[in-house]
Design a protein around this ligand. Structure first.
Ligand code: GLP
Length: 265
């Protein structure tokens, strides 16, 4: 479904009824009630790309000004829950893909969510590691690596840009063979390299115009930059990867545990 497709949305009597029933026993300011009503619509009533009620209908129903409605919608826009299309209205965004801290591949992440993984603009080349990639992989700058550059897609939609480097001596012929699916699967099945653990860091970034174009989002949109050095059980470095994920479609979710040392409050 395309972003601009329009869908029927609750209006007039419909909103009033939902606002009233959602408001039974509701507390807080009118602005807070409006936000909780909108969240209810986004999370329950409406599907991605369906249209929210108009600013005017919302203002009338909740007895607030259009400015209050606009602020509530802007806030939901900053949070990536809705998007606006000039002249057409406000629509529900696609839900974010929640990424856990488990060591998974892009292919596994997408399949786990019922999405079909894919890649665009794949380039695989064998190049000298150079100083920076060499340091990440504990190689000399002159050692060769297979460099794989891909735009990763879910159901055909660009999600992330990935640049991955694998030491050529561990995966001989990878560059010549090319890749048309999961790198991790290929490393396991063809080269018997099984990734066991990884060091990973996640930074906030914005997409410069060329990257934004590749991902099909507005220039300077927010993104996550994820750096991963992956090891096998012999502690060999198998991969260094730099992945840039759209922040409107990803979140990182953690389960966190209290330590035994600090459980007094
Ligand atoms: C994730 C990781 C990358 C890894 C990739 C492999 O995106 N961040 O470090 O290279 O998965 O994915 P696949 O096996 O689908 O090619």
């Amino acid at each position: 479904m395309r972003f601009n497709e329009m869908h029927p949305c609750p209006s007039g009597e419909g909103i009033r009824f939902m606002a009233e029933t959602a408001g039974n026993g509701r507390t807080g300011t009118k602005g807070a009630q409006l936000r909780s009503y909108l969240l209810g619509l986004i999370e329950g009533e409406l599907k991605p790309h369906e249209k929210l009620p108009t600013e005017r209908d919302l203002a009338e129903t909740f007895g607030v000004t259009r400015l209050t409605v606009r602020r509530a919608l802007d806030q939901l826009g900053y949070e990536g829950r809705v998007y606006r299309t000039q002249g057409a209205g406000t629509f529900v965004s696609e839900p974010r893909i929640a990424k856990s801290v488990e060591l998974t591949s892009f292919t596994q992440d997408m399949r786990a969510r019922g999405l079909v993984p894919g890649s665009l603009d794949t380039v695989v080349e064998e190049i000298p590691a150079g100083a920076e990639i060499g340091a990440r992989l504990a190689l000399s700058p002159r050692d060769l690596v297979a460099h794989i550059s891909r735009v990763r897609t879910a159901d055909g939609e660009p999600m992330c840009i990935e640049n991955t480097y694998v030491p050529a001596k561990l995966a001989p012929g990878l560059a010549a063979r090319g890749i048309d699916g999961s790198l991790y699967q290929m490393l396991t099945e063809t080269y018997h390299l099984k990734i066991e653990k990884a060091e990973q860091s996640i930074h906030a970034t914005v997409l410069d115009p060329p990257l934004a174009k590749l991902l099909g989002v507005p220039e300077f949109s927010p993104a996550f930059k994820v750096l991963r050095v992956a090891y096998d059980k012999k502690n060999q470095r198998i991969e260094y990867a730099e992945s840039v994920y759209r922040a409107d479609r990803y979140s990182y979710d953690f389960v966190i545990f209290r330590t035994t040392r600090d459980n007094t409050n």
